[in-house]
Design a protein around this ligand. Structure first.
Ligand code: SF4
Length: 469
């Protein structure tokens, strides 16, 4: 067991390493004008010292310099010790000293778990993180003083590398899933829900928007469960705490000024709270909710919530708040035990809920899925026949909903342009999976432009429009 630091040791460390960069960590070198500088105060035991070294190494690799004194620092990180009461007091004193000497202070380390006590003593600290939270500390530094991007040195642009066109990007907010749907092996493959801190998500989103992204596609396995695993923890964003919660993140993303589209939303009750943001135009009036079925019996066997009748009612209420709301969903036909009656319930529910866009899959026995052990396998030809009936019903619904758009002036995000015209999408269409808006003959636009256009025609899945002058 490593001997913990004493108050005296903490003090000694503080003395030696306060604003340590000049002597030990910065590696010397002239300070170029404009290069961001971080002061570093490291207290506590060797483990804390190693944490400090890792943070400093990361910051140096990003081009930060380590300031030799408070005056020369753009921000000061205080790595605290919390082992003994005396060490905690020493940490509070060190934070106070950094606040007085610089004023822009990020606290980390063992004492960081007592955020309330730190903020009570020093309400002006920018961020507080706990031990071993290297990423969070580095993110807090990024928030306080962004790293310089050097195109001659950095191989990767600040927004990262993306395989999507430049004007839209996927934004993953969590990994894994706490649900246990019987047809799905994702939790076995990827584990339970792990949410990213809200300020990590926002930092990435902001970089994307600054790099020219016009549409952020929020994804995860279970978007509306975001933050559950980290108890909706707050993290600093633009100087104020931001909760890792679906509603708070939606609002913050909406403030970035890009289109924000929500995918893989499970219809938990709190999804209702996000609908007004859609009505206000903060985020797109679009929800991708994989309902999977409508029969209570099948949903139970799938281990999904079984109150579809109430779900259709909820969708009606959502549309009362936001009449423009488009719902995309996916469904499975031919699930083990699905009867003709179950399937007909699904068709009726589709018409009742007026689902705008729907994908349909024939049930496949994925290796390892619990559902494979269920009785009542549906023959392939029955699955096929149900799939065709589903798609025909959905086509009618889609066509009737799109016909209602004719005559309206809508925003169109341009995806492609050639000599015949432009192809784009409305707020109701996600890339790759939904419909398109054709602007025939419109060649004076570029991918990524958002233009206003009047809808002149609709078919089963797509719209045709003319740009408004
Ligand atoms: S289907 Fe979706 S919600 Fe269900 S377990 Fe798989 S990832 Fe989770």
């Amino acid at each position: 067991m490593t001997k913990p630091s004493t108050n005296a040791a903490a003090k000694a460390n503080a003395k030696v390493r306060r604003a340590a960069g000049g002597s030990t960590a910065a590696g010397g070198g002239a300070k170029a004008k404009g290069v961001p500088k971080v002061g570093f105060v490291s207290l506590g035991c060797p483990k804390a010292l190693v944490d400090s070294e890792r943070i400093i190494t990361k910051l140096r690799s990003e081009g930060y310099e380590i300031a030799a004194n408070y005056d020369g620092a753009d921000v000061v990180v205080v790595n605290t010790c919390g082992f003994l009461d005396s060490a905690k007091q020493e940490s509070l004193d060190a934070i106070g000293e950094a606040m007085a000497g610089n004023g822009r202070v990020i606290v980390t380390g063992c004492f960081g778990v007592e955020e309330g006590r730190i903020r009570e003593a020093h309400p002006g600290v920018l961020a507080v993180t706990g031990p071993h939270q290297y990423e969070q500390v580095v993110d807090a530094v990024h928030d306080a003083v962004p790293p310089l991007h050097d195109p001659y040195v950095d191989l990767v642009p600040p927004e990262g590398l993306h395989l999507t066109p430049r004007h839209y990007a996927y934004l993953k907010i969590s990994e894994g899933c706490n649900n246990r749907c019987s047809f799905c092996i994702i939790p076995a493959l990827r584990g339970d829900l792990v949410s990213r801190p809200a300020n990590h998500v926002m930092t990435e989103a902001e970089k994307l928007v600054k790099a020219g992204v016009k549409e952020l596609l929020v994804i995860s396995q279970d978007t509306s469960a975001y933050g559950l695993d980290i108890k909706y923890a707050e993290s600093p964003w633009k100087g104020v705490p931001l909760k890792a919660r679906f509603l708070d993140l939606s609002r913050a993303l909406g403030d970035l000024g890009a289109w924000v589209r929500m995918h893989y939303v499970y219809p938990y009750p709190h999804v209702d709270d996000v609908i007004p943001l859609m009505a206000e135009g903060k985020i797109l009036p679009y929800l991708d909710i994989p309902f999977q079925h409508a029969s209570a019996r099948v949903l139970k066997a799938m281990r999904r919530p079984a109150s579809q009748e109430k779900t259709a009612e909820r969708i009606r209420r959502w549309r009362d708040v936001c009449p423009d709301l488009a719902i995309r969903s996916t469904f499975i036909v031919g699930f083990p035990g699905e009867t003709e009656d179950d399937f007909n319930q699904l068709l009726d529910w589709l018409g009742d809920a007026r689902i705008n866009r729907a994908g349909c899959f024939k049930y496949e026995a994925v290796e390892g899925a619990v559902a494979n052990g269920l009785e009542g396998a549906v023959p392939e030809e029955v699955k096929e026949e149900r799939w065709h009936r589903f798609m025909a019903r959905q086509k009618e619904i889609s066509a009737s909903l799109l016909a209602e758009k004719v005559g309206r002036v809508i925003d169109v995000l341009i995806d492609e342009v050639d000599e015949d015209g432009a192809l784009g999408r409305s707020k109701w269409d996600a890339p790759e999976i939904d419909g398109s808006v054709f602007l025939n003959g419109e060649t004076g636009v570029m991918p990524g432009d958002i233009v206003q256009a009047k809808v002149i025609e609709a078919d089963d899945y797509d719209l045709w429009a003319e740009r408004c002058s």
